[in-house]
Ligand binder design. Structure first.
Ligand SMILES: [Zn+2]
Length: 308
């Protein structure tokens, strides 16, 4: 009797759980689809000590590279070139470095000859004085989002062709993106936009800045008229004319901007753990991060339906 009761209770709970999760699904219908747990797992893995801070040219960066390529494989992302890797070298701080950009391609359904480059950088600061700079927000958060984009495109192919670019050597002077635009695999005038994500997983004020609309009226319209999410406030700013710190040249989007390619950069204000050994997974805000990624995908969708 007691057992039967327990069984009944179990089924009741199961029934209610199913009902409620279906409701939750309905409420989320407006949001693009990707696996939120996988997003968190990816940022957690890439910013774990095993990856040793992912400094360009180190074992940790190699490991991150393999991880991203594996994810691209699993999610049916095509290589943009003959393979996923775009190798380059450069000289800085009295040293020669070898870097590797990881470039994936999703073919567009309606405008396959016009490209949107979605980017984030996978390198970070490495190990300094025995301390690992894990770079969870900077920029494992952007790479996690890039992988979620790939997952999303599996079920929702974009109209424009999309290059998923995981750039290397951003921290050493935007070297990966510089190489990308100077040795472009397709002619630069076919790239209609760079959407760059660098530091999108935490904000004390729940603000996600959208930078770059100052230079493009179409983008300005899209961002200023966008429906706001409750968890993440998308704010226009830091584009060199509002008295705030100018972020136009702060990350890989600058390389595109200098070549005249329109860009949209998403990022948060610097926080206390910025470029310290405490930029760890434990200090990100999972809800803010998940909502940021959804919002950025929604913005992408809006732009993808437009003609640039
Ligand atoms: Zn960064």
């Amino acid at each position: 009797m007691f057992n039967k009761c327990r069984l009944l209770t179990f089924f009741l709970i199961l029934f209610y759980t199913l009902c409620f999760s279906q409701n939750a699904l309905k409420q989320n219908e407006f949001y693009p689809f990707f696996n939120e747990d996988a997003l968190l797992q990816n940022i957690k893995t890439l910013s774990s000590d095993d990856f040793e801070g992912r400094r360009t040219g180190t074992k940790g960066a190699d490991k991150a590279k393999e991880y991203i390529i594996d994810q691209f494989h699993i999610l049916n992302v095509l290589p943009f070139n003959t393979n996923y890797e775009q190798k380059f070298s450069f000289f800085t701080k009295r040293k020669n470095y070898n870097g590797t950009n990881i470039l994936g391609l999703i073919k567009g359904t309606e405008n396959p000859e016009r490209y949107i480059v979605i980017s984030a950088h996978y390198d970070h600061e490495g190990i300094k004085e025995g301390l690992i700079y894990n770079g969870a927000d900077d920029d494992a958060s952007g790479i996690g989002a890039l992988i979620s984009f790939a997952e999303y495109f599996k079920n929702n192919p974009p109209k424009h062709s999309v290059v998923l670019a995981a750039f290397d050597a951003e921290e050493l002077g935007l070297e990966g993106s510089k190489y990308f635009v100077n040795n472009s695999i397709v002619s630069l005038n076919k790239i209609v936009l760079n959407l760059n994500m660098d530091m999108i997983s935490r904000s004390e004020t729940n603000e996600l800045f959208a930078v770059g609309t100052r230079f493009n009226n179409t983008l300005k319209q899209v961002i200023t008229n966008f429906d706001q999410s409750e968890t993440v406030k998308m704010v226009v700013g830091h584009d060199g004319e509002d008295g705030l710190e100018n972020w136009v040249y702060s990350s890989d989007h600058a390389s595109f901007h200098k070549k005249g390619v329109p860009f949209l950069y998403f990022g948060v204000d610097d926080h206390e753990d910025y470029h310290t050994p405490n930029d760890d997974y434990e200090n990100i805000q999972p809800e803010f991060y998940k909502e940021s990624v959804k919002l950025i995908i929604a913005v992408f969708n809006k732009i993808d339906t437009m003609n640039f």
